[in-house]
Design a protein around this ligand. Sequence first.
Ligand code: ADP
Length: 466
Amino acid sequence: MNVLHISAECYPIAKVGGLADVVGSLPKYQQKIGMNSNVVMPYYDTVFSQNNAFKSIYKNTLLLGERVINFKILKLENTNLGYDLFCVDVPELLFKDYVYSSDDTERFLAFQIATLDWILSLKQKPNLIHTHDHHTGLIPFMMSQSFKYKSLKNIPTVISIHNAQYQGWFSHEKSHLIPSFDSENAGLLDWDGAINSLAAGVKCAWSVTTVSPSYMEELKQKANGLENLFSHEDTKCLGILNGIDWNVWNPETDPYLHKNYSKTSLISGKKASKKWLCNKFGLDVSKPLFTFIGRLVHEKGSDLFPAVFEKALNENDISILLLGSGDKETETQLETLKSLKNFNAFIGYDESLSHRIYAGADFLLMPSRVEPCGLNQMYALRYGTIPVVNAIGGLKDTVIDVDNKGFGICHDGVTVEKIVHAIERANTLYLDQKKYKQISKKLMSIDHSWDHSAQEYVNLYQSLIL
Ligand code: ADP
């Protein structure tokens, strides 16, 4: 079976969040179970593209409304990723040192059109097209409605929703940018008076998946306006829990760690990482270390962080370290909070530091209001770090509270009081070092590798291929 994943992000080429991790690892695991699964993404100006050789395999022009735009399809020459990587090179729109910006409608339309134009030219077409999030949500529409792509109509399409908060809205005035289609079917593009790329993907894809079973259920109640759509399309929707790249995220071999460790050397390994972190960030190594890694956005509960951290530090003998960036007001408040003795933050993005934090932390905080799957808690488990989470979406599917014979701390709802109470419970657990160490070891045995979920996708693909 020949499957093409089409995505705006893919680790290690370009990463903003979890989408990149999933698209960068799922195809590798699908290849392992015998599928020919590969990736198409935009060609950005990233460190990866600067340091790797690509070969041009296709050249053409695309039409974006009246605009004629040159593009190329580049293929990564080395094959170390474990799958073929194809990049769509549209220099004037996509070759930037960022992934997302304010002209994303045109940028991702050009990406999607170029990808389909190229697929149209292939002698051997993919057996299935797997799109991811709103950036590629118009592909199922174009494949089923645009006259130009009529010959691709019978190729099954899947759209995976990694985050339904972002939907790729734009005005119907720009509908002429989409390769022409029967205007009677323009309703397939519409949600609430605007073109909604995610909604169009959900309506037109043969199957819709989300990244955890609980998130699938939650979307019918809360989906940033698309609740009724998810309820209506229920029969073709399926929640499949994300896996993690078991090799990239492996404390035994992780090149970012100062001291690698396994289940048997967990205590000394984590101790070394914690010592390094505490030295670097001026924190007291004897106190339990609570951490956060991620985007500073409302979904992650980050607007409450300044109040939560101040209260938690006042009431508990702990340290807190944050790695993240996003909302400017929160960033400024966190910078100010650095004057507190047991708090520090790195405002920015740093892949190596994130690995070191997963390894050196005692607890990882995830008080998310929305968490489709969440990978951070799975990385924390893999590194023997106890997650402290709001029990929603994928967090609900992956973290069981210690009071229910589990291994994490769960709270029910996102308020300053509830998060601080969860931190207090975690602190109490930490003070019982025997129990804390037992749980920490247990975490490392929990298997969230892709092996199971990659097969679930294959089962889905097989059910769609006629
Ligand atoms: P989301 O996709 O909503 O941002 P996920 O939990 O699915 O959240 O994935 C987040 C990914 O991004 C993880 O790999 C996490 O380690 C990484 N990440 C987020 N923020 C940062 C940061 N500031 N520095 C390094 N890695 C980060």
